[in-house]
Design a protein around this ligand. Sequence first.
Ligand SMILES: NC(=O)c1ccc[n+]([C@@H]2O[C@H](COP(=O)([O-])OP(=O)(O)OC[C@H]3O[C@@H](n4cnc5c(N)ncnc54)[C@H](O)[C@@H]3O)[C@@H](O)[C@H]2O)c1
Length: 335
Amino acid sequence: MHNVTLIKGDGIGPSIMDVAVKIIDAAGVKINWEEADAGMAAFDKHGTPLPDETLASIDKNRIAFKGPLTTPVGGGFRSINVALRQKYDLYANIRPAKTWKGAQTKFDDVDIVVVRENTEGLYMGLEHYLTRKRDVAESLAVITKEGSERIVEYAFKYAKENGRKKVTACHKANILKFTSGLFLDTAKEVAKKYPEIEFNERIVDATCMHMIMDPSQFDVIVTTNMFGDILSDLTAGLVGGLGLIPGANIGADAALFEAVHGSAPDIAGKNIANPTAVIMAGVMMLNHLGETEAAKRIKTAVEKVVEASEYVTPDLNPDSKAGTIEMGEAIIAAL
Ligand SMILES: NC(=O)c1ccc[n+]([C@@H]2O[C@H](COP(=O)([O-])OP(=O)(O)OC[C@H]3O[C@@H](n4cnc5c(N)ncnc54)[C@H](O)[C@@H]3O)[C@@H](O)[C@H]2O)c1
């Protein structure tokens, strides 16, 4: 029996998480789901977006399965996603994007894993106004050698263990000579330890252009926090949208699994959110827990349903009559 903290989240979160949990249960994995609140839902209920009980549950279980959380734009509370990643030092954010049979896209050979540094850079929240008038603001991006080393090491180990051939370090060291420069220099040093894996480096803006022209030249991409966030949404667009991309947030002694997408308020409550991304985040969690057989069965079932394109959400097939719930039922039937 595994103990997992379950945070259903905001917007489309509860509907897609319910589907994912049902599928994992249907695969026969014994999980004791410990439900906890976070984000806007927690703020409305408890007056805080990150209640102590939620932290106590993650402290104990060290594994969380989380739906998307709404973060107010501009003012309001700071991102709870970022807070959780920093509190549990979940330094490696793994975001795989692979072409799905059945999802209409411009390319049929995308297979890119973005390994994003998850605790440093511009996401540290070190920002403030410089004037009383609040007409000048500054934000600090902190990059450390240690933080760069461990994320690049993670990317190379991931490449080795998963039979990947190439690691590309993505940066802006031509302009950000100290921060991005430190990341790049460290990446070059770490790469020397892995001669069997091809290594190259690319500037982030050119990377975007190359990715859209010919995504097949990318394999594993390792990069800093902000660039990883942006590039992984780009890879999502290459394979059929945000509804398909899972993410794992991994630390030395805790891990949190979630979709790359957010709470999608524009489609919440309509039974049209694609549950695939969170289901595949569940597959990553099961692999992490050693439940590899169940993970494989669920992945195969999801692939079958997406390929058949009958019981899928409208983002995958606008003519489909199915929604989130029906897609979940089809996946359970395919199991
Ligand atoms: N990890 C997280 O919890 C996380 C990640 C990103 C954004 N957010 C938060 O989510 C909120 C909304 O952000 P946003 O609108 O910029 O990004 P979003 O990812 O929620 O939505 C972007 C677009 O993708 C679509 N989309 C997203 N998930 C989908 C799915 N499963 N199926 C079909 N379509 C889907 C949405 O309808 C929308 O058009 C914000 O408060 C943001 O801070 C949270």
